[in-house]
Write a protein that binds this ligand. Structure first.
Ligand SMILES: Nc1ncnc2c1ncn2[C@@H]1O[C@H](COP(=O)(O)OP(=O)(O)OP(=O)(O)O)[C@@H](O)[C@H]1O
Ligand SMILES: [Mg+2]
Length: 249
């Protein structure tokens, strides 16, 4: 498929086609158009690679804004990679112009989660200035904990523990919620995980998995905040939805 030039909403506000439809809809096929114009209730777009799913999502977002259904800051728009988030912002800017800057909740799951966490970090024992550890920092810290517990780090590597903890976090499991069957190094999994979380708290730090997990903790323990965000985000748009894990969901 080729990229059709997309009109801007600023032009669109004036330009309605004879059928009464805005011009930005004219580049869509009937199925895409139906998905874009179905603004109420959940909509799942299931289609093959490169068939125009992201185009539906960005046009739907433009449609929601153009028809006054929400303000840019009332939309939660998430995708997986920084590249995808950047491209999405570019496409939307192309469609709606500078008002796309108001889309302050558009980004990757992790960047949006970090934004929310900065506002409420004290609820999970962090200062808002918390640092986010990268994989190397994370593995260094885990190595210290493994050595302190006299565990052979050649046999039970920091990297494998990091993966496992990440997996647990993606499932929404804090140490307290870790199911009994989940383990590392013969019965030490839970203690290591708990020690790791304590170390992170002491360092006023979190890892990538925590960005989502802490959000989950905050929103599940504070119904008033959950309600506030539920009200704030009038629409939630998720690209690559099939890849969402439990914590992201
Ligand atoms: N109805 C259409 N008419 C013409 N071009 C289209 C149409 N829909 C999508 N395209 C173009 O097809 C290309 C792929 O679209 P898009 O990126 O939205 O697909 P996708 O399903 O999200 O792809 P991926 O599976 O890679 O995420 C883009 O260049 C887009 O502008
Ligand atoms: Mg896409």
């Amino acid at each position: 498929m080729t990229d059709l030039p997309s009109p801007r909403i600023s032009d669109l506000a004036r330009g309605h086609s004879p059928q009464g439809a805005a011009d930005y809809l004219s580049g869509l096929n009937p199925e895409q158009r139906l998905a874009v114009e179905t603004t109420e209730g959940p909509v799942l777009v299931l289609a093959g690679a490169g068939t125009g799913k992201t185009r539906v999502l960005t046009t739907r977002l433009a449609h929601i804004l153009a028809t006054g259904r929400a303000k840019p800051w009332e939309l939660l728009v998430v995708t997986f990679t920084n590249k995808a988030a950047r491209e999405m912002r570019e496409r939307i800017t192309h469609l709606i112009g500078p008002s796309a800057e108001g889309l302050r909740w558009l980004g990757t799951f992790h960047s949006v989660a970090a934004q929310i966490l900065r506002r409420h970090s004290e609820l999970v024992g962090l200062k808002s200035s918390f640092t986010i550890l990268d994989t190397d920092d994370q593995e260094r810290l885990l190595k210290q904990l493994l050595e302190a517990a006299n565990i052979d780090t050649k046999k039970h590597t920091p990297k494998s523990l990091a993966h496992l903890i990440d997996h647990w976090k993606n499932r929404g499991w804090t140490p307290e919620k870790l199911p009994p069957g989940e383990d590392f190094a013969n019965g030490k999994g839970h203690a290591l995980y708990a020690a790791y979380q304590n170390r992170l708290a002491t360092l006023n730090a979190c890892d990538f998995g925590d960005l989502l997990l802490h959000n989950l903790t905050i929103l599940s323990q504070h119904a008033d905040l959950a309600e506030e965000y539920r009200r704030r985000f009038r629409y939630i748009l998720v690209d690559e939805y099939q890849d969402t894990n439990v914590a992201q969901y």
